[in-house]
Design a protein around this ligand. Structure first.
Ligand code: SF4
Length: 371
């Protein structure tokens, strides 16, 4: 049973039946409707109203049950999910990625080092393997695989043809029916696979639907990086745009004559551009305008990226006095704003840059040759 809405609760309260005690305020709310709305959000206890019937108490208790339990393994939380689709609310705990080290194998130390040393940075987040399990022994930083049975978890075999179907059924029963036999977090165990591409494809699907943890006997840096990139996208909160602070960012020790780029504060755009500028052997500034975390075209269409916003950003960070350069490179997608920006910024020449961040290097090389 999904959570009750305020209106569904209200149907059981005295006011909806025009019964005695209607809007009596004894619960501390001005009306029965106000109480119902608060109760739906769990902001008031059901006992505050003494006139609630047994039927409502029962269905409220049923609907308030947590669909999926949260389990913590060595500080890593898995499960605790409430929804089938991220846009309904958000997902809570990202799918943990775990690797098994078999200490009976001669190369186990080398494998363990590779797993421990693996780290990627993406959208300002450092991503590492979440858990390392060991079998046929135990060493520092690992959990004995056999101890996994002490946790309340459901296991599926990554190689079974019906695992995807079982994952969907289990999450659906947990969320829609609050079925307690399906309320434990679910992990998928992948035995050694010959075909890493197939393994990666299956794992990617199970991250989307609906594994709480993936345990691999194989470890491959490229596959892990790909899965973590996918996972980061799936487990961001859709109600909170990923954004960075507006401001002036510096790359390779710029001075007053350095190149100046501009973009919005959508995190993915920022990190794509920043990564390219960092890797250029050229000093530069990046002006990041405030745009509520919207990408450049979205920001422009929502009037969050206007000539006025740009002018205000330069003023706020006193940028005009920090540089002699009077050229600003804008994203290629905003080419149509060139004249408008030149009018607003008066003494600046606006140069239309690339549409894609990866084209920056060639663009800058050509620009510097034609200086
Ligand atoms: Fe309505 Fe119950 Fe609150 Fe009275 S105590 S206002 S009946 S919800």
């Amino acid at each position: 049973m999904t959570e009750l809405s305020g209106l569904q609760i209200f149907k059981y309260l005295p006011a909806s039946k025009k019964a005695e005690h209607t809007n009596c305020k004894e619960c501390g709310c001005p009306t029965c409707m106000a109480f119902a709305l608060k109760l739906a959000k769990h902001q008031v206890e059901i006992e505050k109203c003494a006139y609630i019937c047994g039927e409502l108490k029962e269905i409220y208790a049923q609907s308030s049950k947590q669909p999926q339990k949260t389990v913590e393994i060595n500080g890593v939380k898995i499960g605790g999910e409430n929804v089938l689709y991220r846009h309904e609310k958000t997902f809570i705990n990202k799918t943990a990625i775990a690797v098994v080290v078999d200490m009976a194998k001669p190369d186990w130390k080398e494998k363990l080092d590779r797993i421990k040393n693996f780290e990627i940075k993406r959208v300002n987040e450092f991503l590492k393997v979440d858990l390392i399990f060991s079998k046929n022994g135990k060493t520092d930083g690992t959990i004995a695989l056999e101890d996994l049975k002490n946790f309340d978890l459901i296991e599926f075999d990554g190689n079974n043809f019906d695992t995807a179907q079982k994952l969907i059924e289990t999450r659906t029963k947990a969320v829609k029916e609050k079925d307690e036999t399906c309320s434990a977090p679910v992990y998928v165990y992948f035995k050694h696979a010959e075909d890493l591409n197939l393994l990666c494809a299956k794992a990617a699907y199970y991250i989307c639907k609906y594994a709480n943890m993936l345990i691999f006997e194989d470890f491959d840096e490229n596959m892990t990086a790909a899965l973590m990139t996918l996972r980061q996208n799936i487990f961001t909160d859709p109600q909170k745009p990923l954004q960075v602070d507006a401001g002036i960012y510096e790359f390779n020790n710029p001075d007053e004559n350095s190149l100046v780029f501009m973009t919005t504060n959508f995190a993915l755009t920022y990190f794509a551009v920043a990564g390219e500028l960092e890797n250029l052997d050229v000093p530069s500034y990046l002006i990041v305008t405030p745009s509520d975390g919207m990408s450049v075209l979205t920001a422009w269409s929502a009037e969050k990226f206007t000539a006025k916003v740009v002018a205000n950003t330069l003023k706020k960070f006193d940028f005009r006095n920090r540089i002699k350069t009077r050229r600003i490179i804008i994203p290629g997608l905003l080419a149509h704003m060139k004249e408008e920006l030149e009018e607003e910024l008066e003494d600046f020449e606006i140069i239309v840059g690339t549409i894609h961040a990866y084209e920056t290097k060639d663009f800058v090389t050509a620009l510097l040759q034609n200086r």
